[in-house]
Write a protein that binds this ligand. Sequence first.
Ligand code: ADP
Length: 496
Amino acid sequence: MPTKTSKPGEAAIEVLSVASEVYPLIKTGGLADVVGALPGALRRLNVNMRVLVPGYRQVIAKIAKPVVLKEMASLFGGPARLLDATVSGLDLIVVDAPHLYDRDGSIYASPSGADWTDNWKRFGAFSQVAGQIGRGLIDGYSPAIIHAHDWQAGLVPAYLRFGPPTKVKSVMTVHNLAFQGQFPREIFGELQLPAAANSVDGVEYYGAVGYLKAGLQCADAITTVSPTYASEIRTPEFGMGLEGLLNSRTSDVYGILNGIDLEAWDPGTDTALVEPYRISTVRRRAANKRAVRERFGLEHSDAPLFGVVSRLTWQKGIDILANVLDRLVGMGAQLCVLGSGDGGIEDAIANAAGRHPGRIGIVRGYDEQLSHMIQGGADAILIPSRFEPCGLTQLIGLRYGCVPVVTRTGGLADTVVDANEAALSMGAATGVQISPLNENTLTEALRRAIALYRDEAVWAHIQRRGMKSDVGWDQSARKYVALYEKLMGRAVSNGD
Ligand code: ADP
């Protein structure tokens, strides 16, 4: 029986989560989903998690009746306020600093697409505020743990470490080691950190300032979003130069899988679907498949339909996929692609769609509704990533009976069971794995998936087994609580 994490009478654990994105306020990727889902999952385990988020124009527009918690005369060159707000059940603290966040364009880049040149200041200020909250900036609020996410919050552990002593413990979670927040050494003087922080024990990284590096160096614990990625990032192939530092902290590194919000992603109640369905009615997906084909201009036939919902980038291996599209069509399959990213990759898919009308379709851009339709209507979801810290798309695919075809890496390896003979005979298979990733192995995986699809009983079994997979937050939330307890010196409840 799982141990209940909170003991009778024990005070709730107060955690401040610090992140540059939070669903449903502002999202560019999986980080937002995770940051938005964790507070709800942890609340059931006696953890109060507030989320500190920058007051981008898009965020300020969505908060009604904010309460001013604190006025700050100057935060990195302009006045700022901390606002208390509740949105969709999330308890937020918003850093309202118009000189940093009230802008056209995306949250990381100007309308021209180039990163904001003052991102170091925007996220340095953001991290400094988190550190100050840890030291009592807001009357009556003293979190025991500050949980920082990705490079934008990477300086938080440094602000906590290099300042007056504090009992607050820090957790640094890496959602993607490829984004490190590297800035010229000249900015150090502007960060209002003591000189001692400008060292290999602090923010200094190969003669520059590394935000994520600082977080990994200074945090009390490091987590990443799957056990396999936690091992991979200690190797030169995946460590992106930080493997040495991560190896020096092996006992402080934890891999805790992400989950998905089982209410937001429920094929039984999903209003984006023409025909909602459950495990017992999975055949009803046929109506959704028709709708997806219509949306993408694909022919109605007995062809298996593969879907992609992704950033169209090198990391996601979509360039490799683009190179095998003639083969995919040649094997009798169809493909619908939703996403945007690298222009060359988008064009390669659009060209293939031009060569194969009715067989391949692409919708460029970001479309939440359409992503639900694809998961509810395509037969399989393709995720040929070169690396994948966790990945949410395959978890959604599992829940929706949209069989994941994935590279055996990171969280994809941890969550999808390959339909090899042994797994099939045990009834454990939930998808198809590609390993290692290249054009030939991807083609082979597609061929295997198509063969499985052609065997109706086997395919239905794989779908149903996937739909029964545990892709929610319960287990992982327990692991976070166990980590918080350990850092606080409390008796640790069962995190397994
Ligand atoms: P990432 O590396 O982009 O964070 P994840 O798999 O962890 O990848 O999370 C991606 C999230 O963004 C998923 O919820 C996925 O459904 C969603 N997503 C990605 N691209 C699109 C798109 N073009 N339209 C709608 N949703 C998308």
